[in-house]
Design a protein around this ligand. Structure first.
Ligand code: GDP
Ligand code: MG
Length: 354
């Protein structure tokens, strides 16, 4: 059933497992069935849906990069994220109080960068297991006094597998024992070769403590984003990812989502994994009420009927009925692939901030 549901889904027909389909549709699917069987059958319908959804180039506009921080434990991921947040203009707004919504936007040289914060790693992990990615650029943090460690290597492998651009931040350069060249040498073994050594990887020596190099790191992120030509169509129904979600006693289901394409509005019907509903209210990463959110923007939304998992895809729908169908299809699908998902979670989790 999940294969058939998926096929129909990709053709834009939202059906549930126990729904009748017409003869022509059934025939069409049967004809393709052999081909399908040769491939991995249990493919995530949502992931496929996102891939299929090619955009008209003329409607695409530049969007901010989405960045995550990876690296070995204690190499300074949390400190670096804090340093970035606090050296930024945004930290000064509202008396320096920034709301924690699992992702935040900083501005450098008048341009925005979206960082997936601490709990954001869950979304990243889940998406990775789906073979899709939430992130454009990974900051690989390597402590200058410690060098490449097991989780550094894991982080490199995961970023490469996910097709994410890597920028190396050699951290803790304020330490007397810091050895930048040694880190460069060690990373060269993993094909991360600095530009000054004839390679193409950007290395930025930084100190989360003294803030040295932070501004340059942000600049390098923007430069990398520029080269990647990150674009999205803001004028379409929204699609993106759930970064984190929880049940709040007063507000009900509260989900932080990252819009990847389109624009999400208050009042939109929406499905997020197994949950669906209508966006009742939206708050940005600075705690401000907003009416809409465009590509690469993280927002907290109220109005879902249930708490979706981090890493699930959300889709803006035309009607609430469509949103409900989407969620039901998702639930039906997930019964099939639930088993695969639990395995590698532990080691991936270690790569990120805990
Ligand atoms: P994480 O496990 O990767 O998130 O690392 P943390 O951010 O928790 O940092 C681990 C330890 O390294 C803490 O004691 C930090 O104070 C320290 N640390 C982080 N960045 C720097 C830095 O730039 N210089 C120095 N000297 N220590 C740092
Ligand atoms: Mg940490």
């Amino acid at each position: 059933p999940s294969v058939i549901v998926k096929k129909l889904f990709l053709q834009g027909k939202v059906v549930t497992v126990n729904q009748e389909i017409d003869y022509d549709t059934a025939e069409e699917i049967a004809m393709e069935f052999d081909v399908l069987c040769e491939k991995e059958v249990v493919v995530d319908v949502i992931e496929e849906l996102l891939k299929e959804d090619e955009e008209d180039e003329s409607k695409m506009v530049k969007r901010p990069p989405v960045v995550c921080v990876m690296g070995h434990v204690d190499h300074g991921k949390t400190s670096l994220l804090d340093a970035i947040r606090h050296t930024n203009v945004i930290g000064r707004e509202a008396g320096g109080i920034t709301q924690h919504i699992g992702a935040y936007v900083v501005e450098a040289k008048g341009e925005k960068i979206t960082f997936l914060d601490t709990p954001g790693h869950e979304a990243f992990t889940a998406m990775r297991m789906r073979g899709a990615s939430s992130t454009d650029i990974a900051i690989l943090v390597v402590a200058a006094d410690d060098g490449v460690m097991p989780q550094t290597v894991e982080a490199i492998n995961h970023a490469k597998a996910a097709g994410i651009e890597i920028i190396v931040a050699i951290n803790k350069i304020d330490k007397p024992s810091a050895n930048i060249d040694r880190v460069k040498q060690e990373l060269a073994e993993y094909e991360l070769i600095p530009e000054d050594w004839g390679g193409s990887t950007i290395f930025v020596p930084v100190s989360a403590h003294t803030k040295e190099g932070i501004a340059e790191l942000l600049e390098m992120i923007l430069l990398t984003a520029e080269v990647m030509e990150l674009k999205a169509n803001p004028n379409r129904e929204a699609r993106g990812l759930v970064i984190e979600a929880e049940l709040d006693k007063g507000k009900g289901s509260v989900a932080t989502v990252l819009v990847q394409k389109g624009t999400l509005h208050v009042g939109d019907a929406i499905a997020a994994g197994s949950a669906h509903g209508k966006v009742r209210a939206m708050t940005d990463d600075k705690g401000r009420r907003v009416k809409e959110a465009g590509p690469s923007q993280p927002v907290e939304i109220l109005g879902l009927n249930d708490v979706p998992n981090a890493g699930e895809v959300f889709v803006g729908c035309d009607t609430e009925k469509e949103a409900r169908n989407f969620a039901e299809t998702f639930i039906a699908q997930n019964k099939v692939k639930l088993l695969d998902d639990t395995k590698s979670k532990m080691s991936l989790d270690d790569l990120f901030n805990q």
